[in-house]
Design a protein around this ligand. Structure first.
Ligand SMILES: [Zn+2]
Length: 66
């Protein structure tokens, strides 16, 4: 995705590459210079630099209610 894509807490990111658990959908817990993401399949939380997160993401899905 584009580096200037606007991402909000609560949004979901679908990654190009699957997590080892088999999931590819992550919930955004925090945005900033680093994103804090939670794997919705296994619940693991990771911090990755914003640029990396956006480069690896395939789709941005709005959060619940968005
Ligand atoms: Zn996972």
């Amino acid at each position: 995705m584009e580096a200037d894509t606007r991402v909000n807490v609560g949004d979901r990111l679908r990654m190009k590459k699957k997590h080892p658990c088999g999931g590819d959908l992550w919930e955004v817990l925090r945005v900033g210079a680093d994103f804090r993401l939670k794997c919705l399949t296994c619940g693991r939380v990771v911090m990755i630099p914003r640029a990396d997160a956006l480069r690896r993401a395939k789709d941005l899905l709005g959060g619940e209610g968005a």
